[in-house]
Design a protein around this ligand. Sequence first.
Ligand code: SAM
Length: 285
Amino acid sequence: MPEPPARPIPPGLHLVSTPIGNLRDITLRALDTLRGADLIACEDTRVTRKLLTAYGIQGRLAAYHDHNAARAGPALIARLEAGEAVALVSDAGTPLISDPGFRLVGEAVARGIPVTALPGPSAPLAALVLSGLPTDRFHFAGFAPPRPAARRTFLRALADMDATLVLLESPRRLAAALADMNAVFGPRQAAVARELTKLHEEVVHGDLASLAAGYAGESPPRGEIVIVIGPPGMAEPAGDAEIDARLGEALATMSVRDAAALVAEATNAPRRRVYRRALALARPA
Ligand code: SAM
Protein backbone atom coordinates (compact mmCIF):
# COMPACT_ATOMS: atom_id res chain seq x y z
CA MET A 1 0.00 0.00 0.00
CA PRO A 2 1.52 3.38 -0.91
CA GLU A 3 2.32 5.55 2.06
CA PRO A 4 -0.22 8.39 2.43
CA PRO A 5 1.34 11.87 2.21
CA ALA A 6 2.83 12.91 5.55
CA ARG A 7 0.91 15.72 7.20
CA PRO A 8 2.96 18.27 9.09
CA ILE A 9 3.11 17.36 12.77
CA PRO A 10 3.42 20.32 15.14
CA PRO A 11 6.82 20.86 16.72
CA GLY A 12 7.34 19.38 20.17
CA LEU A 13 7.56 16.05 21.93
CA HIS A 14 4.81 13.55 21.08
CA LEU A 15 4.39 10.62 23.49
CA VAL A 16 2.97 7.88 21.29
CA SER A 17 1.44 4.67 22.70
CA THR A 18 2.02 1.56 20.60
CA PRO A 19 0.46 -1.94 20.62
CA ILE A 20 1.20 -4.34 23.51
CA GLY A 21 0.68 -7.40 21.35
CA ASN A 22 -2.04 -6.91 18.79
CA LEU A 23 -0.60 -4.80 15.99
CA ARG A 24 -4.07 -3.48 15.13
CA ASP A 25 -4.19 -1.64 18.47
CA ILE A 26 -2.75 1.60 17.20
CA THR A 27 -4.61 4.83 16.73
CA LEU A 28 -4.88 6.72 13.46
CA ARG A 29 -3.40 9.71 15.22
CA ALA A 30 -0.41 7.66 16.36
CA LEU A 31 0.18 6.54 12.75
CA ASP A 32 -0.08 10.13 11.50
CA THR A 33 2.44 11.25 14.09
CA LEU A 34 4.90 8.42 13.40
CA ARG A 35 4.59 9.17 9.69
CA GLY A 36 5.07 12.91 10.03
CA ALA A 37 7.58 13.26 12.90
CA ASP A 38 11.06 14.51 12.07
CA LEU A 39 12.48 11.84 14.36
CA ILE A 40 11.15 8.83 16.29
CA ALA A 41 12.97 8.19 19.57
CA CYS A 42 12.55 4.57 20.62
CA GLU A 43 13.95 1.98 23.01
CA ASP A 44 14.99 -0.62 20.47
CA THR A 45 15.18 0.49 16.86
CA ARG A 46 14.61 -3.11 15.62
CA VAL A 47 11.32 -3.41 17.52
CA THR A 48 10.01 -0.05 16.35
CA ARG A 49 11.19 -0.65 12.78
CA LYS A 50 8.98 -3.77 12.68
CA LEU A 51 5.94 -1.73 13.73
CA LEU A 52 6.68 0.97 11.18
CA THR A 53 7.20 -1.58 8.44
CA ALA A 54 3.83 -3.18 9.23
CA TYR A 55 2.22 0.19 8.45
CA GLY A 56 4.45 1.13 5.51
CA ILE A 57 6.07 3.99 7.41
CA GLN A 58 9.70 4.90 6.74
CA GLY A 59 10.52 7.10 9.74
CA ARG A 60 13.88 8.22 11.07
CA LEU A 61 14.76 6.39 14.27
CA ALA A 62 17.05 7.27 17.17
CA ALA A 63 17.67 5.04 20.18
CA TYR A 64 16.64 6.49 23.54
CA HIS A 65 16.83 4.12 26.50
CA ASP A 66 18.03 3.92 30.09
CA HIS A 67 21.62 3.23 29.05
CA ASN A 68 22.12 6.13 26.63
CA ALA A 69 19.70 8.71 28.10
CA ALA A 70 22.52 10.90 29.47
CA ARG A 71 23.85 11.40 25.93
CA ALA A 72 20.72 10.94 23.82
CA GLY A 73 18.47 13.13 26.01
CA PRO A 74 20.36 16.41 25.42
CA ALA A 75 20.56 15.62 21.68
CA LEU A 76 16.77 15.19 21.56
CA ILE A 77 16.23 18.40 23.54
CA ALA A 78 18.47 20.28 21.08
CA ARG A 79 16.35 19.06 18.17
CA LEU A 80 13.15 19.96 19.99
CA GLU A 81 14.50 23.43 20.71
CA ALA A 82 15.29 23.79 17.02
CA GLY A 83 11.58 23.32 16.35
CA GLU A 84 11.46 19.66 15.30
CA ALA A 85 8.61 17.23 15.99
CA VAL A 86 9.96 14.25 17.92
CA ALA A 87 7.86 11.17 18.63
CA LEU A 88 8.79 9.09 21.67
CA VAL A 89 7.70 5.45 21.71
CA SER A 90 8.64 2.46 23.82
CA ASP A 91 8.85 -1.12 22.59
CA ALA A 92 5.19 -1.61 23.53
CA GLY A 93 2.45 0.30 25.33
CA THR A 94 2.58 3.80 26.74
CA PRO A 95 6.01 5.40 27.00
CA LEU A 96 7.14 6.41 30.52
CA ILE A 97 5.00 3.71 32.18
CA SER A 98 7.78 1.46 33.54
CA ASP A 99 9.62 2.65 30.44
CA PRO A 100 12.08 5.46 29.69
CA GLY A 101 11.06 9.08 29.12
CA PHE A 102 10.10 10.87 32.31
CA ARG A 103 13.36 12.84 32.53
CA LEU A 104 13.03 13.86 28.90
CA VAL A 105 9.46 15.07 29.48
CA GLY A 106 10.58 16.91 32.65
CA GLU A 107 13.35 18.62 30.71
CA ALA A 108 10.98 19.55 27.87
CA VAL A 109 8.41 20.95 30.33
CA ALA A 110 11.11 22.97 32.11
CA ARG A 111 12.18 24.50 28.79
CA GLY A 112 8.67 25.30 27.61
CA ILE A 113 8.81 22.77 24.76
CA PRO A 114 5.29 21.60 23.83
CA VAL A 115 4.59 18.03 24.95
CA THR A 116 1.56 16.04 23.90
CA ALA A 117 0.39 12.50 24.71
CA LEU A 118 -1.27 10.17 22.20
CA PRO A 119 -3.02 7.67 24.47
CA GLY A 120 -3.38 4.03 23.50
CA PRO A 121 -2.60 0.54 24.77
CA SER A 122 -1.07 0.09 28.21
CA ALA A 123 -0.76 -3.31 29.89
CA PRO A 124 -1.44 -2.12 33.47
CA LEU A 125 -4.72 -0.44 32.51
CA ALA A 126 -5.86 -3.33 30.29
CA ALA A 127 -5.24 -5.74 33.19
CA LEU A 128 -6.99 -3.49 35.70
CA VAL A 129 -10.19 -3.23 33.67
CA LEU A 130 -10.23 -7.00 33.04
CA SER A 131 -9.62 -7.90 36.68
CA GLY A 132 -13.17 -7.37 37.91
CA LEU A 133 -11.65 -5.54 40.90
CA PRO A 134 -12.49 -1.98 41.97
CA THR A 135 -11.23 0.62 39.53
CA ASP A 136 -12.22 3.77 41.42
CA ARG A 137 -8.84 3.94 43.15
CA PHE A 138 -5.77 2.04 42.00
CA HIS A 139 -2.05 2.16 42.58
CA PHE A 140 0.39 1.18 39.86
CA ALA A 141 3.44 -0.21 41.63
CA GLY A 142 5.52 -1.25 38.59
CA PHE A 143 7.84 -4.25 39.04
CA ALA A 144 8.45 -5.54 42.57
CA PRO A 145 12.14 -6.17 43.33
CA PRO A 146 13.25 -9.60 42.10
CA ARG A 147 14.89 -10.76 45.35
CA PRO A 148 12.53 -12.23 47.95
CA ALA A 149 13.61 -10.14 50.97
CA ALA A 150 13.44 -6.84 49.06
CA ARG A 151 10.16 -7.92 47.46
CA ARG A 152 8.52 -8.57 50.83
CA THR A 153 9.68 -5.20 52.15
CA PHE A 154 8.30 -3.56 49.01
CA LEU A 155 4.95 -5.39 49.37
CA ARG A 156 4.65 -4.56 53.10
CA ALA A 157 4.83 -0.86 52.22
CA LEU A 158 1.75 -1.36 49.98
CA ALA A 159 -0.26 -3.50 52.39
CA ASP A 160 -2.36 -0.78 54.01
CA MET A 161 -3.08 1.13 50.84
CA ASP A 162 -6.83 1.41 50.30
CA ALA A 163 -6.63 0.84 46.56
CA THR A 164 -6.46 -1.89 43.97
CA LEU A 165 -2.79 -2.66 43.30
CA VAL A 166 -1.39 -3.24 39.82
CA LEU A 167 2.04 -4.86 39.48
CA LEU A 168 4.13 -6.05 36.55
CA GLU A 169 5.86 -9.39 36.94
CA SER A 170 8.10 -11.68 34.97
CA PRO A 171 6.65 -15.15 34.33
CA ARG A 172 9.76 -16.71 35.90
CA ARG A 173 9.03 -15.04 39.23
CA LEU A 174 5.23 -15.24 39.13
CA ALA A 175 4.85 -18.19 41.52
CA ALA A 176 7.27 -16.76 44.10
CA ALA A 177 5.75 -13.28 43.85
CA LEU A 178 2.21 -14.63 44.35
CA ALA A 179 3.36 -16.65 47.37
CA ASP A 180 4.87 -13.50 48.91
CA MET A 181 1.75 -11.47 48.06
CA ASN A 182 -0.41 -14.08 49.76
CA ALA A 183 1.86 -14.04 52.81
CA VAL A 184 1.93 -10.24 53.05
CA PHE A 185 -1.60 -9.26 51.95
CA GLY A 186 -3.61 -12.27 53.18
CA PRO A 187 -6.93 -13.27 51.65
CA ARG A 188 -7.50 -10.73 48.93
CA GLN A 189 -9.11 -11.16 45.55
CA ALA A 190 -6.66 -10.89 42.65
CA ALA A 191 -6.18 -11.55 38.96
CA VAL A 192 -3.24 -12.67 36.84
CA ALA A 193 -3.48 -11.19 33.32
CA ARG A 194 -1.28 -12.75 30.67
CA GLU A 195 -0.63 -12.06 26.99
CA LEU A 196 -3.12 -9.21 26.88
CA THR A 197 -4.50 -8.37 23.43
CA LYS A 198 -2.68 -11.42 21.98
CA LEU A 199 -4.04 -14.70 20.65
CA HIS A 200 -3.57 -16.48 23.99
CA GLU A 201 -4.86 -13.68 26.22
CA GLU A 202 -5.84 -15.10 29.61
CA VAL A 203 -7.04 -13.62 32.89
CA VAL A 204 -7.09 -15.97 35.90
CA HIS A 205 -9.23 -14.69 38.78
CA GLY A 206 -9.14 -15.93 42.37
CA ASP A 207 -7.96 -15.14 45.86
CA LEU A 208 -4.23 -14.82 46.42
CA ALA A 209 -4.02 -18.17 48.21
CA SER A 210 -5.59 -20.10 45.35
CA LEU A 211 -3.60 -18.22 42.70
CA ALA A 212 -0.34 -18.83 44.62
CA ALA A 213 -1.22 -22.53 44.96
CA GLY A 214 -2.24 -22.76 41.30
CA TYR A 215 1.07 -21.44 39.97
CA ALA A 216 3.31 -23.13 42.60
CA GLY A 217 5.30 -26.02 41.20
CA GLU A 218 4.12 -25.32 37.65
CA SER A 219 6.64 -24.44 34.98
CA PRO A 220 6.53 -20.66 34.45
CA PRO A 221 3.72 -19.56 32.15
CA ARG A 222 4.66 -18.14 28.77
CA GLY A 223 4.38 -14.51 27.86
CA GLU A 224 3.97 -11.25 29.72
CA ILE A 225 2.13 -10.78 32.97
CA VAL A 226 0.35 -8.19 35.09
CA ILE A 227 -0.92 -8.97 38.61
CA VAL A 228 -3.91 -7.05 39.98
CA ILE A 229 -4.81 -7.26 43.69
CA GLY A 230 -8.02 -5.98 45.24
CA PRO A 231 -7.94 -3.51 48.14
CA PRO A 232 -7.93 -4.67 51.77
CA GLY A 233 -11.31 -5.28 53.35
CA MET A 234 -12.99 -6.03 50.04
CA ALA A 235 -15.41 -8.47 51.53
CA GLU A 236 -16.59 -11.54 49.68
CA PRO A 237 -20.32 -11.25 48.89
CA ALA A 238 -22.41 -12.57 51.78
CA GLY A 239 -24.29 -15.87 51.50
CA ASP A 240 -28.08 -16.23 51.09
CA ALA A 241 -28.70 -16.85 54.83
CA GLU A 242 -27.07 -13.58 55.85
CA ILE A 243 -28.78 -11.64 53.06
CA ASP A 244 -32.21 -13.03 54.06
CA ALA A 245 -31.67 -12.23 57.74
CA ARG A 246 -30.73 -8.64 56.94
CA LEU A 247 -33.60 -8.31 54.48
CA GLY A 248 -36.02 -9.61 57.12
CA GLU A 249 -35.04 -6.74 59.41
CA ALA A 250 -34.96 -4.10 56.70
CA LEU A 251 -38.32 -5.07 55.22
CA ALA A 252 -39.99 -4.45 58.56
CA THR A 253 -39.55 -0.72 58.02
CA MET A 254 -38.70 -0.21 54.34
CA SER A 255 -39.95 -0.76 50.81
CA VAL A 256 -38.59 -3.74 48.89
CA ARG A 257 -36.53 -1.40 46.76
CA ASP A 258 -34.93 0.48 49.66
CA ALA A 259 -34.33 -2.69 51.67
CA ALA A 260 -32.64 -4.36 48.69
CA ALA A 261 -30.40 -1.32 48.08
CA LEU A 262 -29.39 -1.15 51.75
CA VAL A 263 -28.66 -4.87 52.07
CA ALA A 264 -26.82 -5.06 48.74
CA GLU A 265 -24.53 -2.29 49.92
CA ALA A 266 -23.96 -3.88 53.33
CA THR A 267 -23.32 -7.40 52.03
CA ASN A 268 -21.37 -6.60 48.87
CA ALA A 269 -23.84 -8.79 46.95
CA PRO A 270 -25.16 -7.92 43.48
CA ARG A 271 -28.16 -5.61 43.74
CA ARG A 272 -30.30 -7.69 41.37
CA ARG A 273 -29.77 -10.87 43.41
CA VAL A 274 -30.72 -9.11 46.66
CA TYR A 275 -33.75 -7.49 45.02
CA ARG A 276 -35.04 -10.89 43.85
CA ARG A 277 -34.70 -12.32 47.36
CA ALA A 278 -36.37 -9.23 48.85
CA LEU A 279 -39.33 -9.63 46.46
CA ALA A 280 -39.71 -13.29 47.45
CA LEU A 281 -39.53 -12.49 51.16
CA ALA A 282 -41.99 -9.60 50.91
CA ARG A 283 -44.55 -11.64 48.95
CA PRO A 284 -47.41 -12.62 51.23
CA ALA A 285 -47.39 -16.40 51.89
N1 SAM B 1 4.91 0.84 29.00
C1 SAM B 1 4.32 -0.45 28.91
C2 SAM B 1 2.79 -0.35 28.90
O1 SAM B 1 2.27 0.78 28.96
O2 SAM B 1 2.13 -1.37 28.78
C3 SAM B 1 4.84 -1.34 30.04
C4 SAM B 1 6.30 -1.60 29.90
S1 SAM B 1 7.00 -2.72 31.03
C5 SAM B 1 8.71 -2.58 30.66
C6 SAM B 1 6.66 -4.27 30.30
C7 SAM B 1 5.80 -5.15 31.22
O3 SAM B 1 4.43 -4.84 31.00
C8 SAM B 1 5.92 -6.63 30.95
O4 SAM B 1 7.02 -7.21 31.62
C9 SAM B 1 4.62 -7.15 31.51
O5 SAM B 1 4.65 -7.20 32.91
C10 SAM B 1 3.66 -6.02 31.08
N2 SAM B 1 3.10 -6.30 29.76
C11 SAM B 1 3.43 -5.76 28.57
N3 SAM B 1 2.67 -6.26 27.58
C12 SAM B 1 1.84 -7.14 28.15
C13 SAM B 1 0.81 -7.99 27.65
N4 SAM B 1 0.50 -8.03 26.36
N5 SAM B 1 0.12 -8.77 28.54
C14 SAM B 1 0.43 -8.75 29.85
N6 SAM B 1 1.40 -7.95 30.37
C15 SAM B 1 2.10 -7.18 29.54
